[in-house]
Design a protein around this ligand. Structure first.
Ligand code: ADE
Length: 242
């Protein structure tokens, strides 16, 4: 998976060189290149923004540097990349979206700042490559960089060979629409709090049943919306949400 990231703050993306994403890069599973948008602005101040037509607060990112940057990066690889633009106005990043991103051989991430990128850049880009606007959630960040870190981490960890233990991918929250069960390690007793006895029983069937129950309880308490969605998927008739 190749990821080209365009940003006015290239240093923001440095965590991709650490930990598992860093290892994945060294193993050749993940290729990351970060490009400074200002390299494509040609005035003395390397200007990338201007005031919005129609008035209003803040600044808008100019189309010219963005287009030059996108054309430059598009010329660096083979085939057609998918352009991912992080933004609060996009589809929400879910595990399903992460799986779709993990299937993409090549993505260009365009990190906007200020009030966003001139709309014509999206229109021009959509004529030459698929474009997806993806949001981290229903809140506003200062720019797309933090969202891109999350998107690449969520996708790259699904690549075969990324995780040391592929089984841990199967059992985690959101893989099948439920949250994960609580986990415990040694000691069995800590500050007078005991590990649930079933986990010490050695009875694998009982442990599995207990864990499933815990997942349902936890999902009902914390994310009833997920429980409803997975019941619908499974064709189970449950009481409609209020
Ligand atoms: N940029 C600003 N807010 C964002 C969000 N919620 N998700 C993705 N990118 C953003």
């Amino acid at each position: 998976m190749r990821c080209d990231i365009i940003s006015i703050f290239p240093e923001y993306l440095e965590p991709l060189n650490l930990s598992l994403p860093g290892q994945a890069q060294r193993k050749g599973l993940l290729e990351v290149a970060v490009h400074d948008l200002r390299d494509f602005a040609h005035d003395r101040h390397r200007t990338v923004d201007d005031t919005p037509y129609g008035g209003g607060a803040g600044m808008v990112m100019k189309p010219q540097p963005w287009w030059e940057a996108l054309e430059h990066v598009r010329g660096l690889g083979e085939g057609t990349p998918t352009l991912i633009v992080p933004g609060p106005g996009g589809e929400v990043l879910t595990q399903k979206v992460a799986r779709e991103l993990a299937d993409e051989p090549w993505m260009i991430f365009a990190c906007g700042r200020y009030e966003g990128i001139d709309e014509r850049v999206y229109e021009a880009a959509a004529e030459v490559m698929p474009v997806r606007v993806i949001s981290l959630g229903d809140y506003v960040l200062n720019g797309g960089e933090v969202a891109v870190l999350a998107m690449i981490e969520a996708a790259a960890r699904l690549l075969p060979g990324f995780m040391g233990n592929a089984e841990s991918l199967v059992e985690e929250s959101h893989e099948d629409g439920l949250l994960e069960y609580p986990v415990y390690t040694k000691p069995a007793s800590w500050r007078e709090r005991e590990v649930p006895p079933v986990l010490l029983s050695g009875d694998h069937a009982k442990v599995a049943a207990w864990r499933h129950e815990q997942r349902l309880e936890r999902t009902a308490a914390r994310r009833p919306d997920l429980l409803h969605a997975s019941a619908v998927l499974a064709g189970i008739d449950i009481v409609p949400q209020a």
